[in-house]
Design a protein around this ligand. Sequence first.
Ligand code: ATP
Length: 513
Amino acid sequence: MANDDQFKKVISHAKEYGYVFQSSEIYDGLSAVYDYAQNGAELKKNIRDYWWKAMVQMNDNIVGIDSAIFMHPTIWKASGHVDAFNDPLIDNKDSKKRYRADVLIEDYCAKIETKIDKEVSKAEKRFGDTFNKAEFVSTNPRVVGYQEKIESILTRMGKSLGAEDLADVKALIEELEIADPLTGSKNWTDVKQFNLMFGTKLGASAEHAMDLYLRPETAQGIFVNFLNVQKTGRMKIPFGIAQTGKAFRNEIVARQFIFRMREFEQMEMQFFIKPGTQKEWFDYWKETRMKWHLSLGLGEENYRFHDHEKLAHYADAATDIEFKFPFGFKELEGIHSRTDFDLKQHEEFSGKKLQYFDHEDNASYTPYVLETSIGLDRMFLAIFSNALVEEELDNNTTRTVLKLPAVLAPVKAAILPLVKKDGLPDIAKQIVEDLKWDFNVDYDEKDAVGRRYRRQDANGTPFCITVDHDTLEDNTVTIRHRDTMEQKRVKIADLKDIIKAEVDVKHWLMKMK
Ligand code: ATP
């Protein structure tokens, strides 16, 4: 399936099966804002829980908080967001469409990367088993040329953006002859900076109202509570503070479904460490976060690190975990070594000391910070788009199946009476009553059982449990597995253990070890 088609299919499947709806749809929608529907809310909650368990519950030196969305406005001065949380934007004079200048350039580089991929797959076919990808990529003149081109473009862009040389960013777009992706026009305006924070007001009277921002990241809520948590939790460095919650950004270009939203949710963890140990912890969190991703079984080939050459003003090392979305490899999670920038800034702007007294060293210092930051909605999209497959069956038909990791699936099992009579619905309902203490389960009696199986496959339900006439005799049911479609006869009394073995968080998180 072409990538574009796959992406369209993901969006329509998400709607059809009650995962994601356009916000305010009956009023024609609100751009880049989405609602999670009955199944989507469950999947999202399960992803959030999976993250929280791995970060907070499994680490005795990490605790979780839930800070407010509204924060004192000076926080955003201190953090640098008021002055520097900008995206470089460019308008096309003919189409009147607005783009992020850096994204136009990155997309241009992604196209060159596609050419590299094509060369690699051609060579793979030519050389067969003897093909050595690493050697080919580092020696084939055409591939090396492409790579050098990408590197020189990104380095120049990084330098120009870093130096606020927006004229050069425009010059680069013109030199590369980048056209409006929608219309092909190359008639561009100058590049301008655009602040991404949403403003609002606090207070009843217009005169005394205070200008506030909706937080553009959850991290600052952790920094300003650093000392409160450290003292009340008697935390010893190294320790972490985690939180999940909404963040808001007035994104310029937001048309990739829930990949880039104006209201989204982050799952962030700030790990406070002794200055000088940041390299060690950076490597540790890089590896640990990647293990978390791999534990979900979406395929190792779908992830890669992208180490940053151009670092934000607060960072001394940064990498992205990129995922292969239907529209290519894109950032899913960021891991940043933030030095003591944030705490120092808040010390300066608040006039309060934010230091840690180290009993071992008998000295106070401002801790350094390692951050892991992942978008919950992006993680949702990664999982959902990876799970949606069209499968050819032996009898020349196809089925649509949503192969969600069982631990995250919204509904763990559907209980189906074969027919709506002879007491079968009563037994099926009793099974629902018994299982619902442990799992989110569904009862479904409408349509032929084959159609119900298909519906549950498309919904991502790992198990279907069918109650038939034999059940009346021997208290057994048929359990059907979503991915293998294998059916087994089992005792009703064993259902809980069978389901648990596959959906239990422990079973999945153990893979990180
Ligand atoms: P991008 O370069 O894609 O705009 P970013 O580098 O600005 O992302 P961060 O500020 O590092 O992102 O935010 C951490 C994480 O939050 C990202 O890795 C991403 O998963 C998520 N995120 C950021 N912006 C959005 C958004 N507009 N919609 C959904 N998720 C987002």
